[in-house]
Design a binder for this molecule. Structure first.
Ligand SMILES: *[C@@H]1O[C@H](CO)[C@@H](O)[C@H](O)[C@H]1NC(C)=O
Ligand SMILES: *[C@@H]1O[C@H](CO)[C@@H](O)[C@H](O)[C@H]1NC(C)=O
Ligand SMILES: *[C@@H]1O[C@H](CO)[C@@H](O)[C@H](O)[C@H]1NC(C)=O
Length: 398
């Protein structure tokens, strides 16, 4: 099931959220037109059930798929592996250019982005435009809950930013979960980056030879978070991404080591973990401005509109949002494990499961086109580097 989380990042959280808000608003408005309301309510109910069943089918499908398929056989060309290692080594040993990634991204961002902070804090005033849009672009209508959550977290002055041991120039690597990482043996090189950002449930364990064993940040929303925590790095921060208001309650429960309220379970589209074994000072709340900037200015998606049903194609995946976050934490940003090559149908889709690339062709919710276009142009212009070459390979023989 882990395998599909990244694929579903955009669609389902949105519909889950609506499932919560819509019936609620109906209940409050009992007036003269009651029968009409009741009919509307029934339609909503039927829709809910249909969507629920559809969701079940989609969630169980990859399970069946995995049950019947054999591990993907995949052979790495030794010459290719050598080229990748040489390239990553070059990136690590090259001159580190202070603020270079953020500086280049700012050319695509509005002037206000100069002020963007990666995380929110209880001791830093929350700007008003944070409350213009609903999650994941803002915290419209849930200011109180956000402030309650922030009270559980440390204040900004008491913590150091990830990787900030001195004023040295820092390199971030954002680890995607792509099968392109499998067998490349990049673990020890990845460990040399100052800040290592992992996404959702991307596991370590038996895969550390390929993906390293350090984790500076694990960034996820509830449904993407590993059910069994694997990061042993004492530095690990959990960065919570909020897609719907119930994600705030879940994050608070994780910090307080309390159980998730029964009612809240209804609004998750997939099983969520019931504990994260980190101290409260290791949790952070991602500033939704980071996602808004990514959507509106980097991907040039239209401004978020209130929707009743259906998925929103205009929410960036967690991978691209992580790249924006990394640009705020580090001087240089690299990607690894990004990109799908659909013409290699037998290749592994993720580095950790048995799905093959052909599975992607059956996905309709995942539209990687715009993001790939953005990432390709960022790699080509030198704003970021792509260590594994799945987005744009600058070290492959042409
Ligand atoms: C990193 O730490 C140095 C002092 O060690 C401090 O001057 C600097 O402002 C910090 N940078 C960030 C981004 O926190
Ligand atoms: C990663 O592996 C190295 C080498 O085996 C070990 O020294 C280090 O403690 C490990 N780090 C973590 C966070 O597990
Ligand atoms: C995708 O795979 C095909 C077939 O192996 C290869 O020719 C092509 O160069 C690959 N594309 C990228 C972007 O790596």
């Amino acid at each position: 099931m882990d395998g599909t989380m990244s694929l579903r990042a955009r669609g389902l959280p949105a519909s889950a959220q609506n499932g919560k808000e819509f019936p609620g608003s109906l209940l409050y408005k009992t007036n003269m037109r009651l029968p009409k309301r009741l009919v509307a309510h029934r339609c909503v109910l039927v829709l809910c059930i249909v969507l629920g069943l559809l969701g079940l089918v989609m969630v169980s499908f990859p399970l069946m798929e995995r049950g019947t398929s054999k591990p993907v056989e995949w052979h790495i060309n030794p010459a290719h592996k050598q080229r990748v290692h040489k390239y990553v080594q070059g990136v690590l040993e090259g001159q580190c250019r202070p603020s270079s990634t953020r500086h280049s991204l700012l050319a695509r961002l509005p002037a206000s982005s100069l002020e963007t902070q990666p995380f929110l804090w209880k001791d830093v005033p929350l700007s008003d435009d944070l409350f213009l849009y609903p999650p994941p672009f803002g915290f419209k209508g849930i200011r109180g809950r956000v402030e309650e959550l922030l009270k559980l977290l440390p204040d900004s002055a008491s913590v150091v930013q990830p990787g900030n041991t001195s004023n040295k120039c820092r390199r971030c690597v954002v680890l995607g979960n792509g099968g392109i990482l499998r067998g490349l043996g990049l673990g020890t090189l990845i460990n040399k980056f100052d800040v290592i950002i992992r996404l959702n449930s991307g596991p370590l364990g038996e895969f550390i030879d390929d993906v390293g064993n350090r984790t500076s940040i694990r960034m996820s929303y509830p449904e993407g978070t590993p059910l069994h925590w694997m990061d042993t790095d004492p530095q690990t921060l959990f960065v919570a991404v909020v897609h719907k208001s119930v994600d705030i309650s879940w994050t608070s429960a994780m910090i307080n080591k309390l159980s998730v309220p029964l009612w809240d379970w209804l609004f998750f589209w997939q099983k969520v973990p019931s504990e994260i074994p980190l101290k409260p000072d290791k949790f952070r709340l991602l500033n939704p401005q980071v996602i808004r900037e990514t959507a509106l200015y980097l991907l040039k998606y239209p401004a978020p509109k209130p929707r009743l049903w259906g998925s929103d194609q205009n929410v960036p995946t967690i991978g691209v949002s992580a790249l924006s976050l990394a640009s705020l934490l580090c001087d240089e940003v690299s990607l690894a494990g990004f990109g799908y090559n659909l013409s290699q149908q037998g290749a592994p889709l993720h580095y950790y499961d048995h799905l093959s690339m052909s599975f992607m062709l059956q996905q309709t919710m995942h539209n990687v086109g715009k993001e790939t276009e953005l990432l390709q142009s960022l790699v080509k212009e030198g704003t970021i580097t792509d260590l594994t070459g799945g987005i744009h390979c600058s070290f492959c023989p042409s």
